[in-house]
Design a protein around this ligand. Sequence first.
Ligand code: ZN
Ligand code: ZN
Length: 441
Amino acid sequence: MLKSILGAGAALAMILAAPAQADELRDEVMADMPGLMEVYKDLHANPELSFQEFETAKKLAARARELGFEVTEGVGQTGVVAVMENGEGPTVMLRADMDGLPVVEQTGLPYASKRTGVPASGVETGIMHACGHDTHMAAWVGAAQILSDRKDEWSGTLVMILQPAEETGEGALAMLEDGLFERFPKPDYVLGFHDAAGAPAGFIGYAKGFALANVDSVDISVPGIGGHGAYPHTTKDPIVIASSIVMRLQTLVSREKNPLEPAVVTVGSFLAGAKHNIIPDEAKLQLTVRSYGEESRQQLLEGIKRIARAEAMAAGMPDDKLPKVTVQDPYLPSTFNTPEFTEQVMAGLRERFPDRVFETPPVMGGEDFGQFYLADPENIESLIFWVGGAPMEDWQKSQAGELDLPSLHSPFWAPDAEAVISTATEAMTAATLDLMPRNGG
Ligand code: ZN
Ligand code: ZN
């Protein structure tokens, strides 16, 4: 679901970055990398669609059990919760998402996916880990291994979850509604990461405060009065009404919103009619609406309703045949990184990865990671950060204008998985160890 993360400029310094300092934790990650790459390649070759992550969940649940976690499967349909209680201290939750996408892989990698499946559209398609959730899971395994191995170095409760259906925006909520915070220890801290296609491999990016946007999906059905295309005066043409709606919607962001508040209104689908000489009796629009904050969100949604109605009235449609605007419920709320916690974790990572950690601007993409924080914003600290995945050589070519980097969700997205997994494993593990010191902090 997440699209481009980082602007080009922010990461320039990475090219000149000093090699990170060596230490014991890094050595342990490096020693684990051959095994983690096996995990990654297997996951990459065998992606599963949202809420169909049966084999993925089973495989990784078995690994967590071997490491000594108390593991529960089937939380929120296919989700996995692995708990390790280890004395007094805070509860830290680490999250990886599991689903692949209905994309036919074209990377040409030796471990490219040949899997097919049937997504919600009902049309069979290839499946690919085109969003990099396979790197998330491999790093999840890496962190689980090291944290169980170093149990004598931390004190508290570790909750490691594998979330289904991030791509449809449903999985986090499904786990919460299935009692994630009631049946299992409720976290004080929630941590996750996402690979980033627009940043060089091994680079760490983060946004403080809002990181990802509110995402609303809006359907508008625009009734008309159909008839013969040769006699438009006997009809009310819904294609013309809907066209006016589409054009007027552009003024929501350009004329009604404060230019300093980010917002997007995109009409992604416009369906109407069947034949040259028939004026249809309905047109249908599908919109994605992005915002930060509830007030901004409501302003856009109210504006869409007002414009749809008013354009139909302007065309002379009767009161009982005005457009129907449906806002998908639940919507995907914005992802908020709690500022102090973000600064605390990043201070540790900056020390560990000198010249590889950068603050980045928020984006209008969406993620359902924010749901965990929103379940109890008074008591939960939350952070999702980015780990750059673009192979360094490709990144440099792209900076020189010689190559267009594939984005996440592209059939060509082939991250430098070693860099993503090793960086993320080390970062997640180090942050967790810092949050749960042996002496109780
Ligand atoms: Zn995605
Ligand atoms: Zn994703």
